[in-house]
Design a protein around this ligand. Structure first.
Ligand SMILES: [Zn+2]
Length: 231
């Protein structure tokens, strides 16, 4: 009897999976000819051979990953710039940041954390997101998408950033939002990040988009996600 019940339970969960449209089950890519920008390096003052070697490796990562990230986002209308400059500065208040002039990277940081190429991919993703008018309250999502690309595509083998489930929110940005997005994609619809990116590009993102795509509000989704962390 137990076996029959178990078999029933398995087939019911298989049916629930089947209820999703096939398009929700596969990861869509933008199929386009991607022009990868010419990557240039710029150094503040004299730098060590180690810093030069790191910078050259970072340039290789950008050349290899620019087209990959363009394909993962909703970039039908996106035009890559001709040039992309990695500026290496002696000290910054943060490891790195992006402006329309390129990426600014702290030499002090990469000296301490030479394994942090993921930071370059995060900032490079911002250059591809290139949202012209991000709604003021959607910054958490912009950072969450950049970390989703970083942690779930560029370095899926690295440990996930930890967070306190009793205090966390999907609006915490970065690794927490990235983990939430990856979970919601797996559970509900693999088009989610792409649709969110598309709305941010059109400047019409609202939290209601989560419900439109997954059938559940962002707060309900978050509660379900947190419940999986408490088990
Ligand atoms: Zn960022």
């Amino acid at each position: 009897m137990l076996r029959i019940l178990l078999a029933l339970a398995v087939s019911v969960s298989a049916l629930a999976q089947d209820a999703k449209p096939l398009a929700a089950l596969r990861l869509p890519l933008t199929i386009a000819d991607v022009k990868t920008p010419e990557v240039k390096l710029d150094f503040e003052g004299d730098v060590s051979p180690e810093t030069k070697a790191w910078a050259e490796e970072a340039a290789v990562q950008v050349r290899e990953w620019w087209p990959q990230v363009v394909r993962m986002l909703s970039t039908q209308e996106f035009k890559s710039p001709e040039q992309f400059v990695l500026h290496f500065k002696k000290e910054l208040k943060v490891p790195a940041y992006r402006t329309p002039e390129g990426l600014f990277i702290s030499i002090a940081w990469i000296t301490k954390r030479p394994d942090d190429f993921g930071m370059v991919i995060h900032e490079m993703t911002h250059a591809i997101q290139d949202y012209r008018r991000t709604p003021r309250d959607a910054g958490w999502l912009v950072e969450g998408i950049a970390d989703y690309i970083r942690y779930y595509h560029y370095e899926p083998e690295s440990p996930r950033p930890r967070f306190d489930v009793t205090k966390a929110s999907y609006r915490d940005a970065y690794g927490t939002t990235a983990a939430f997005l990856a979970w919601a994609m797996h559970k509900y619809d693999r088009r989610l990040v792409r649709e969110l990116d598309s709305a941010l590009r059109r400047n019409d993102y609202t939290d209601a988009l989560f419900e439109k795509i997954t059938g559940k509000t962002v707060d309900v989704l978050w509660a379900e996600f947190i419940a999986t962390k408490k088990n």
